[in-house]
Design a protein around this ligand. Structure first.
Ligand code: NFS
Ligand code: SF4
Length: 626
C-alpha cells in the first residue's frame, strides 16, 4: 500500500513515509502526531511574550488585543519578557555544549593521571599544538605530563572569574578588540551562564539590549570556549578526523546482526561502546546467539562523531530516532545526553528494544539505567553491549521492517584534514575565492523540526548554495541530511556550479564537507578565523554566511548567537520565539549589523534563504574588491 498524501508530506527522506505508515498500522505515535495534537500552538508562546520567572505570574502580554495587558505584574513589557526568554535559551544551550566540553576535560584529566579505564591520548600532534596555545612547556616531557597541565588549564576556563578564554584568541584581533569594546569578551564559561540566570531573575536587568549583549557574551563563551574545548579534547583523546567513507540512513541496520544504536552527543561513551562491540569475545557471543555479528551505528551527533572518526554508519538524524525503534530490528538504543526524546521509553516497550541510559545527568522513563563512569569505561561498555547481544534472542522477526535506503558518504573534514587536502596551505582556497571559482563559504548546521518537512529545509538550501558555487561546511543533523542525500560524495560535485565543481574535482572532495557534530561548529569558527587572518581582515568582511534551516534546540539558539557575534550573517529557517518584541526583533535582524557586523534573517523558504546568503556573499566580495 502506498503511503497516504499526508505522510508523504512529512519528509523527503525515503525511509520516513514507510516507517510512519508502519507506525500507523501498529497504532504507535511519533513526534509528527504529537505536533498535530498540539495544534494550535500557543500564540503567546510563539511570540515569546509569556513569563513565569516569578510567582506573581504567570504573565503574558497581549499583542492580539488592544485592550489586553501590555505589562506583566512587575511592569515588564513585551520587550523585556522576550529578551529575558531568548537569553535564557542561550544560557541553556551554552550550558549544554560547555558541560559536554567539561566532561571531555574530565576524561582527559583522568587519562593523564592514568585513572581512566581504557582511554588513551591518541593525537599527540594536536596535544602539542594545544599546549603551545596555552603556553605549556612540552620539551622532554611525556604526553601524560603535558596532558595533565592542559587538562587543568582547560578545566580552569569554566570557573575563571576573569578572562580571557584562551581559544577566543584564535579570532582575528579586530574581532577580539570589538568584543572588548562592547564588553562581551567572555570571562569564565560558567560565569557568563550564571550571570544570565541572575540578570533574568525578576527585577534585575530590564533593558532588552543590555540583556541581549549578555546573551552574546555567553554564546561566545560557548562557541569559542566550551564547544571548542569539546572538539579539541575529543581530537586529542580519539584522534583528529581525516576523510573516511561511511554510510547514512536507516538502511544501515542489518537483519541478521545485533543492531546497537548509540544516540546522544559525547564520544566518551560511544568510543567505548565501539571498542566493546568489536571485542572478539563479544562478537563470538553474538554469533552464539544466532546473529552473524554486531552492527553498530549512531544517531544525531553521536552518529557524526563515530562516523567522522571511524566510518561507522549514521542511522539518521533527530527526527529518525523514533523511526529507528519502529524498524523492530534494534536490540539496544544506548543514550547519553541531549536531543534524546523521552518518548523513546514507552516506544521501546512496544518492541524488544532495550533503551539504556548511561549518564547520571539524563534519566528517562522506561529506560534501564546502566551508569557510565570513565574510570571503568571499557568494563561498563562491555556490560552494556552484552545486554544488547543477549537481547537478540528476543527479536520478533514478524515485527522487523528495515527500509533498504542508505547512501554512501565521505566524512571527516577537520580543519587539519581540509588543510591537508589543500596541500598544507590555505592558498589554493584563497585563490579560488579570489578568482570567484568559489563564491564563498557557508556553514549549514542544526536540527530537524517537524514544523518543517523533514530534511527538505536542509537539502534544498544546501543544493541551492552549491549550485551557486558556495562551498558548504556542514555539521549536526544537517550533515546527516546531506549525507543521506548523497551530497557528501566527491561525485556530488556534478551538482555544483562550474567553479566549485572544478575545485572539488581537482581536490577529490565533496562540495559539502562533513565537519562533525554541533560542538564541531567550533571547527568552522577556527577555519573562518584562519581565512580572515590570512587575508588580514575580520570575519565579518569575509564572503561567508551561516544557516540553521530546521533548528529547534536551545543549543541552536546559542550557536546562532555566537555565529552572529563572530561576524557571520545567519539565516534561520524556523521562526524564533521573539516576534512579540519589536525591539528584540529589530536588534537581532538589523541593529546587530552596526554592533557586531552581522545579523539574523528569518526565512522559512530554504531556496530564498540560500539566496539571501548568496546576496550577502556578493556584497562582501564587492567590499573586498574581489
Ligand atoms: Ni545539534 Fe546534536 Fe541534531 Fe539539533 Fe540535536 S543532535 S547538538 S541540537 S537535533 S543538530
Ligand atoms: Fe510576571 Fe514580572 Fe513575574 Fe514575569 S517576572 S511572571 S512578568 S511579574
Amino acid at each position: 500500500m502506498a503511503p497516504n498524501e499526508d505522510i508523504l508530506e512529512k519528509s523527503i527522506d525515503p525511509t520516513v513515509a514507510p516507517l510512519l505508515e508502519r507506525a500507523k498500522e501498529l497504532n504507535i505515535e511519533t513526534a509528527w502526531d504529537r505536533l498535530e495534537a498540539m495544534q494550535p500552538q500557543c500564540g503567546f508562546g510563539e511570540l515569546g511574550v509569556c513569563c513565569r520567572n516569578c510567582n506573581m505570574g504567570p504573565c503574558r502580554i497581549s499583542p492580539f488585543d488592544d485592550a489586553g495587558p501590555k505589562k506583566g505584574i512587575c511592569g515588564a513589557t513585551a520587550d523585556i519578557i522576550v529578551a529575558r526568554n531568548i537569553v535564557r535559551m542561550i544560557a541553556a544551550g551554552a550550558a549544554a555544549h560547555s558541560d559536554h566540553g567539561r566532561d571531555l576535560a574530565h576524561t582527559l584529566l583522568l587519562t593523564a593521571e592514568g585513572k581512566s579505564g581504557g582511554y588513551e591520548i591518541k593525537d599527540t600532534e594536536k596535544l602539542g599544538a594545544l599546549a603551545a596555545e596555552y603556553g605549556i612547556d612540552t620539551a622532554g616531557r611525556t604526553k601524560e605530563a603535558i596532558a595533565l597541565d592542559l587538562a587543568k588549564a582547560i578545566y580552569a576556563e569554566f570557573g575563571k572569574q576573569e578572562g580571557p578564554l584562551q581559544f577566543t584568541r584564535r579570532a582575528p584581533k579586530q574581532r577580539v578588540a570589538l568584543w572588548q569594546k562592547l564588553g562581551i569578551d567572555p570571562r569564565g564559561v560558567d560565569r557568563e551562564i550564571v550571570e544570565i540566570m541572575h540578570r533574568t531573575h525578576i527585577g534585575v536587568d530590564n533593558d532588552p539590549v543590555n540583556l541581549i549583549l549578555q546573551g552574546l557574551k555567553a554564546s561566545i563563551a560557548d562557541g569559542w570556549g566550551g564547544s571548542t574545548i569539546a572538539t579539541e579534547i575529543s581530537d586529542v583523546l580519539f584522534g583528529t578526523p581525516t576523510p573516511v567513507r561511511s554510510e547514512a540512513n536507516l538502511g544501515v541496520l542489518k537483519e541478521d546482526q545485533v543492531n546497537i544504536i548509540v544516540h546522544g552527543h559525547e564520544p566518551v561513551l560511544s568510543e567505548m561502546i565501539m571498542a566493546a562491540a568489536s571485542d572478539p569475545a563479544m562478537v563470538a557471543r553474538a554469533q552464539k546467539a544466532g546473529a552473524t555479528g554486531i552492527n553498530l551505528s549512531g544517531l544525531c551527533c553521536t552518529g557524526n562523531e563515530l562516523s567522522m572518526r571511524h566510518g561507522i554508519p549514521m542511522a539518521g538524524n533527530f527526527l529518525q530516532q523514533e523511526l529507528a525503534v519502529i524498524t523492530g530490528a534494534v536490540e539496544a538504543m544506548i543514550v547519553d545526553v541531549q536531543c534524546i526524546m523521552p518518548s523513546l521509553g514507552p516506544l521501546c516497550e512496544c518492541f524488544h528494544t532495550k533503551f539504556i541510559s548511561t549518564s547520571p545527568k539524563a534519566k528517562f522513563p522506561g529506560a534501564v539505567h546502566m551508569e557510565f563512569h570513565e574510570e571503568k569505561a571499557l568494563e561498563i561498555a562491555k556490560e552494556i553491549v552484552s545486554v544488547a547481544v543477549d537481547n537478540y534472542a528476543n527479536r520478533v522477526p514478524e515485527k522487523v521492517f528495515i527500509p533498504s535506503d542508505k547512501t554512501e558518504c565521505m566524512v571527516g573534514f577537520s580543519v587539519e584534514s581540509v588543510l591537508k587536502a589543500l596541500g598544507g596551505t590555505l592558498d589554493p582556497l584563497l585563490d579560488a575565492i579570489k578568482s570567484g571559482a568559489i563564491k564563498g563559504i557557508a556553514g549549514v548546521v542544526g536540527c530537524n523540526n517537524p514544523k518543517i518537512k523533514h530534511d527538505h529545509g536542509h537539502v534544498a538550501l544546501v543544493e541551492e548554495l552549491i549550485k551557486n558555487n558556495v562551498l558548504v561546511a556542514s555539521t549536526g543533523c544537517n550533515a546527516i541530511a546531506c549525507a543521506k542525500r548523497g551530497l557528501m560524495l566527491p561525485e556530488a560535485a556534478e551538482m555544483a556550479g562550474d567553479g566549485l565543481k572544478a575545485v572539488c574535482q581537482a581536490l577529490g572532495i565533496p562540495p559539502v564537507l562533513h565537519m562533525g557534530s554541533c560542538v564541531d561548529i567550533s571547527r568552522i569558527l577556527t577555519f573562518c578565523a584562519a581565512v580572515a587572518n590570512a587575508l588580514g581582515v575580520d570575519i565579518s568582511d569575509l564572503p561567508v554566511a551561516g544557516a540553521a534551516p530546521e533548528w529547534m534546540s536551545e543549543k541552536a539558539v546559542s550557536i546562532g548567537a555566537y555565529v552572529v557575534s563572530s561576524g557571520i550573517f545567519t539565516v534561520l529557517g524556523t521562526v524564533p520565539q521573539v516576534l512579540g518584541s519589536p525591539v528584540v526583533t529589530e536588534v537581532l535582524t538589523s541593529t546587530a549589523n552596526d554592533v557586531v557586523g552581522a545579523a539574523f534573517a528569518v526565512e522559512t523558504d530554504p531556496v530564498k534563504g540560500a539566496d539571501l546568503m548568496i546576496a550577502h556573499m556578493d556584497e562582501k566580495r564587492k567590499a573586498l574588491g574581489i
